[in-house]
Design a protein around this ligand. Structure first.
Ligand code: ADP
Ligand code: MG
Ligand code: ZN
Length: 500
């Protein structure tokens, strides 16, 4: 016997809308409790929900980008349960006819070599979030609970995969890819810490014959699953899944039975603990929401949304490879955030327009290097995200031009870029102000180099006796004396001549 790990993921994503799903209360994070509430989202008698069009658009945008079929007559349903954070005693969700079904996400997996795998999406549906219960203020535990309804009625989509994921690594790769796509689409912040991207994981082990050959997920005999909740980072998700695999293995190895249950991940003990078993599971008594009509979607409405979908990360990666011949490392970094990839594209386009471009590969390599080593360095130093990048594509293109023309050395480029970050000035302005231009005057450079030779007799002797590294030391001295304003290549040529 051998075991096959089977995982299916349910992801709740908070949509980036100004207002709530069924009322016009604002959606805001971290504001005073119960500031954004009204009769609709607090479930007062006699109120009626209305559908947020923007939320619907974002959900459809996501569904299209995840290759789903949009259902033409999807239905809102009441999911009934009592809980203090749910003032209506039911959540409006979708059950029998969800907004979208049957899609897929392509992920990269490393099975010795790199492969592309499709993770199948079973369904995507729209729903509303519940409020928040507070059982502590900061570190102080309360002996009562507080309720904040600001989050009640916030638009969510739930994205559910088929049971076709077969390791914790694959699960994390899927989630990373999904989050990246959603951020590109600008449908959500997908911030796990703020709870705008929440993951529940279902896991089971299939017992298969030793000679079992994997074809596709529909051919696997499914075992009993457990559902794991309460994971707040990708790291926790990976640990929780790995733990759960071992726990289930142990039970099966000792001829035990897996209990179908919901388990909670505990980040302190690094274990999962049972929360409720199947017997205790809710019966939600789903039925169609009588206050909302089935969602009839116009063909043109969907076509319009289709047009707004930007180039997805995997297409962008391919284009960066084909068009610019960047390496995988560079491509992965540049495409990890849409704002960074856009900035890269924009800088190249400005360069092409302003200065023309014979060697696009060289230009793109320089721009990529400056973004990855310099700009990202500055961003990380200040603990910022790329959206807060303070350097304009215009100024970066200008800087690269100055470098290519030999006016700035690579050392000076670094200096100028950090000044650009601080002052928002153009490279030309900075160069003028700080007098940073490379020494163009050959005569001047020659005389400085002669001085360096005179002042460093010992190193010069070393060089003459055959120690080639001595040359590097002398170049270092020249760069020091010129405050980085010598062109290193030129300096080396002149130095060699003078030493002959
Ligand atoms: P439920 O009705 O319990 O919510 P669903 O059929 O809606 O179950 O599936 C919920 C999630 O659990 C989906 O992501 C699905 O792929 C996954 N899933 C279902 N059965 C299994 C199983 N045996 N092992 C692992 N994951 C499973
Ligand atoms: Mg479910
Ligand atoms: Zn409201």
């Amino acid at each position: 016997m051998k075991y096959l790990v089977v995982i299916g993921l349910e992801v709740h994503v908070q949509l980036k809308t100004k207002t709530k799903m069924f009322c016009s209360c604002p959606v805001e994070f971290g504001v005073e409790p119960n500031k954004n509430i009204c009769p609709v989202c607090t479930g007062q008698p006699g109120v009626l929900p209305t559908i947020n069009k923007k939320a619907l658009e974002l959900a459809i945008k996501t569904a299209l980008a995840l290759n789903c079929k949009i259902q033409n007559n999807s239905i809102f349903a009441r999911k009934n349960y009592y809980y203090p954070d749910l003032p209506k005693n039911y959540q409006i969700s979708q059950y029998e006819k969800p907004l979208a079904t049957d899609g897929f996400v392509e992920i990269e997996i490393k099975n010795g070599k790199k492969e592309v795998k499709k993770v199948y999406i079973k369904r995507i549906h729209l729903e509303e979030d519940a409020g928040k219960l507070l059982h502590a203020i900061g570190k102080e535990e309360l002996n009562y609970s507080l309720i904040d309804y600001n989050r009640a009625g916030t638009p969510l989509i739930e994205i559910v995969t088929q049971p076709c994921i077969h390791s914790p690594e694959e699960a994390v790769e899927y989630l990373t890819t999904l989050r990246n796509i959603l951020r590109y689409l600008d449908v959500s912040d997908c911030d796990m810490e703020k709870g705008t991207f929440r993951v529940d994981a279902n896991l089971s082990l299939s017992v298969v014959e030793k000679d079992f050959v994997y074809e596709d997920y529909t051919k696997i005999p499914l075992g009993t699953k457990t559902e794991i909740k309460n994971m707040n980072s990708f790291k926790s998700i990976k640990s929780a899944l790995s733990y759960e695999i071992e726990r289930q293995k142990e039970i099966l190895n000792s001829k035990g039975k897996i209990l179908q249950e919901t388990r909670l991940w505990n980040d302190n003990t690094l274990t999962t603990q049972s929360m409720r078993t199947k017997e205790e599971a809710h019966d939600y008594r789903y039925f169609p929401e009588p206050d909302l009509l089935p969602l009839e979607l116009d063909y043109l409405f969907i076509e319009d949304i289709k047009k707004q979908i930007p180039e997805p990360p995997n297409k962008k990666k391919l284009r960066f490879k084909q068009e610019f011949e960047l390496n995988e490392y560079e491509i992965n970094i540049l495409t990890s955030e849409k704002s960074m990839a856009d900035f890269f594209d924009e800088s190249i386009n400005i360069y092409k327009q302003k200065y023309g471009c014979k060697d696009i590969k060289f230009i793109s390599k320089t721009i990529s290097n400056l973004i990855i080593t310099e700009i990202l360095g500055l961003i990380n130093q200040e603990n910022k995200s790329f959206e807060e990048n303070k350097i304009s594509a215009q100024n970066l293109a200008e800087l690269v031009k100055l470098y290519n023309d030999g006016i700035l050395s690579s050392k000076l480029v670094k200096e100028v870029i950090s000044e650009m970050w601080k002052t928002n000035k153009s490279p030309q302005e900075i160069i003028k102000e700080k007098d940073l231009v490379q020494i163009q005057n050959q005569q001047l450079l020659r005389s400085i180099i002669q001085e360096v030779i005179n002042e460093n007799k010992k190193i010069v002797d070393d060089y003459k006796s055959g120690k080639t590294q001595a040359l590097t030391a002398l170049i270092g001295q020249i760069m020091k004396k010129t405050k980085g304003k010598a062109n290193p290549k030129q300096a080396q040529e002149i130095l060699k001549q003078l030493l002959k």
